[in-house]
Ligand binder design. Structure first.
Ligand code: OGA
Ligand code: MN
Length: 206
């Protein structure tokens, strides 16, 4: 992904509060992450990845597990995310520091009700990144990411969760939801945070 596309991405993010980008990660890397998400999803809860679990079943039905960079695919992903952070920061001065990323595997029937990833002033999550991992996605399966126009019911975009597409959102500003999926849906959901306690600190390893 060249500088021009990253500049356009940063502009989109600043103007609309969200943006999509295609072709950011190499297909082979996405395939490896897809497999790791599947292996994680198949690990019985409480075994292996101790943070794999279902949360708040009325709000979200998905299985979540942190990426720790322990595999080469995860390390490559974290490196790519850091390059993206640098590109965004150079243009938007967001002061992005720490990065957190997790696999999110939605089983058939999975969804995530309308929400924001952070609340204004909390200076918690600043920019959210969603990376889709499924190589083929039939829109008839549902599972779209719906982005709302402000706090209205107007849908600004419905994004098909297909590998190759990534979405960026200003975490404090963009209401969004994951519509019910009829098919298992694998993604990475990630966020950059600002570091309030030591803003001059150099970026720590994710
Ligand atoms: C999230 C989220 C969107 C998606 O994990 O917070 O909103 O399309 N994910 O998976
Ligand atoms: Mn979200």
């Amino acid at each position: 992904v060249g500088d021009n596309r990253l500049a356009a991405l940063a502009d989109d993010l600043a103007t609309h509060g969200w943006a999509t980008l295609d072709g950011w990660l190499a297909p082979g890397l996405i395939a490896a992450l897809h497999a790791e998400a599947g292996a994680f999803a198949d690990t019985p809860a409480g075994v292996g990845r101790e943070d794999g679990h279902m949360l708040d079943a009325s709000v979200r039905r998905a299985r979540l597990g942190w990426l720790d960079g322990a595999t080469s695919a995860q390390a490559d992903f974290l490196a790519a995310a850091d390059a993206l952070r640098a590109a965004l920061n150079a243009r938007l001065f967001l002061g992005l520091f720490e990065f957190e990323a997790g696999f999110a595997v939605y089983p058939p029937g999975g969804f995530y009700a309308r929400h924001r990833d952070s609340f204004r002033g909390a200076k918690n999550r600043v920019v959210s990144l969603v990376v889709y991992l499924d190589p083929a996605w039939d829109p008839a399966w549902g599972g779209a990411l719906v982005i709302y126009d402000g706090d209205t019911a107007t849908v600004a975009a419905a994004v098909t969760p297909r590998a190759g597409t990534v979405v960026l959102m200003l975490s404090e500003e963009i209401d969004h939801e994951v519509r019910v999926t009829a098919h298992e849906r694998r993604a990475i959901a990630a966020w950059w945070r600002v570091n309030q306690s030591a803003p001059e600190r150099v970026d720590p390893a994710a």
